[in-house]
Design a protein around this ligand. Structure first.
Ligand code: ACO
Length: 402
């Protein structure tokens, strides 16, 4: 295609595009989104079909390797992942050093970053074999890292991975089982979490994925790049929105449940209050993930026998917003995060773990993009330009004369 950046650099012109609303930073064959039509496809497969029929590890294989696995390929992939779930015993010392009330996202990114100290063979991103091994290690270990972060906050002993269990089952057991007590996996929780992880698995050039690509473009290793992505995900305008939604719903409930009053606040932009879980840079009609999650929220809460006052508030907020001109004219619809928190809460996760669950889901997408970027012969280090607005030139004045 036509390379406008080359033309601009020849003319000395620079484009300013706040938030990269209209600037593509790469070509990619991984995920397709049509924001006007509410379409999301991984490697050509509609998200609805994958969420309905697929498993998370199949989805990971699809995103990273480009194709759905055959049953033999899936067995090999599952086996490889299950062989790398343990963390080096010394990693536990990191958790001992963290304060008990440390945010699990901070623990997650720190420990992922620290993996590059344990696996120094990962430092050359051009070694294909090592790249594959790093990817497997990360997929295998992130649930263990996440579960340990949960256990750390609880003050409970860590539960080691069990490799005869499925990916989601193993994670749930490491998180919720207490040693010396029986732990029974709930199939409703297992299948709902599997679906949620699939729905989060990739979303092309969002803030965290772009961060992974940008850090990786300097040829930093996979662990360093993904750790940066986790930090980008943490913010409330991105993955942190799932926690922010629950905090918002709880605050509305504690204020007496007056949904109309809250919507008024949002419309008047009082103190910058937003309807969290609404709006998306790309989706301007609906977020297909939110539609699937909304019905899952109903099912999971019903099947777990939990009625949730917060779900009622969420439904009222949505109903109100979808008929209000403020939201209609700005094309603001529920995004993936609007209902996820309610499901996570019903499963027994504290709010602080919500964004960690998002990270577990997004990991295959981050890896796929890092790999696509690093194996692209045309890849260049990411280096945005700026429009300088500071002083022109000034003479240095010694400190004694200032
Ligand atoms: N509540 C109220 N008003 C909103 C909201 C919202 N959630 N989102 C956008 N608006 C308003 C803006 O104030 C702006 O109004 P204006 O034209 O009067 O100034 C208009 O809609 C356009 O919004 P922008 O901020 O320009 O949209 P942008 O594409 O930059 O932001 C974002 C997208 C960050 C998702 C935004 O909608 C938002 O902050 N939503 C709430 C946080 C959230 O749910 N984030 C999760 C996103 S999905 C994900 O990362 C997984």
């Amino acid at each position: 295609g036509f390379d406008i950046s080359k033309l601009l650099s020849q003319t000395g012109l620079t484009t300013l595009d706040n938030g990269f609303g209209n600037t593509a930073a790469c070509k990619s064959a991984i995920t397709y989104i049509d924001g006007d039509k509410g379409i999301l496809r991984y490697r050509g497969y509609p998200i609805e079909q994958i969420a309905e029929q697929g498993t998370f590890l199949e989805t990971a294989h699809l995103l990273i390797k480009g194709e759905l696995p055959t049953s033999d390929e899936l067995s090999v992939f599952q086996h490889e992942v299950s062989q790398h779930t343990l963390l080096h015993e010394d990693v536990k010392r990191f958790y001992q050093g963290f304060p008990r009330d440390a945010h699990p996202m901070a623990m997650l990114s720190s420990v992922v970053s620290a993996l590059s100290t344990f696996y120094q063979d990962s430092h050359n991103p051009f070694d294909a074999e090592q790249r594959d091994l790093s990817a497997i290690r990360l997929i295998a270990k992130l649930p263990t890292i996440a579960a340990y972060a949960f256990k750390k906050a609880q003050g409970h002993p860590f539960v080691y991975p069990r490799n005869d269990l499925g990916y989601v089952e193993n994670f749930l057991r490491m998180t919720f089982a207490v040693p010396a007590e029986d732990y029974e996996l709930n199939p409703v929780v297992v299948s709902a979490l599997e679906k949620l992880l699939i729905l989060h698995a990739d979303h092309e050039q969002n803030c965290s994925t772009s961060t992974v690509r940008l850090v990786g473009s300097s040829q930093a290793n996979l662990f360093a790049s993904i750790s940066a992505g986790i930090n980008a995900l943490w913010g409330p305008l991105h993955g942190g929105a799932n926690a922010a939604v629950l905090e918002m719903l709880t605050a509305i409930k504690n204020d007496g449940g007056d949904v109309d009053a809250f919507i008024r606040k949002v419309k008047n932009k009082e103190d910058g209050v937003k309807l969290m879980g609404f709006g998306h840079r790309v989706y301007k009609s609906f977020d297909p993930r939110a539609q699937i999650i909304k019905s899952a929220a109903h099912d999971v809460l019903a099947q777990l026998g939990k009625s949730d006052e917060l779900l009622d508030i969420a439904l009222k907020l949505e109903e109100h917003a979808l008929t209000d001109d403020y939201f209609i004219s700005r094309k603001l619809y529920p995004n993936v995060d609007f209902y996820t928190g309610l499901i996570y809460r019903a499963m027994g996760f504290p709010t602080s773990m919500f964004t960690v669950l998002f990270a577990l889901g997004r990991l295959p997408g981050w890896i796929a993009h890092w790999q696509e970027m690093i194996t692209d012969p045309g890849n260049k280090i990411g280096r945005p330009r700026q429009i300088y607005t500071g002083f022109e030139t000034r003479d240095y004045v010694p400190v004694s004369e200032r």
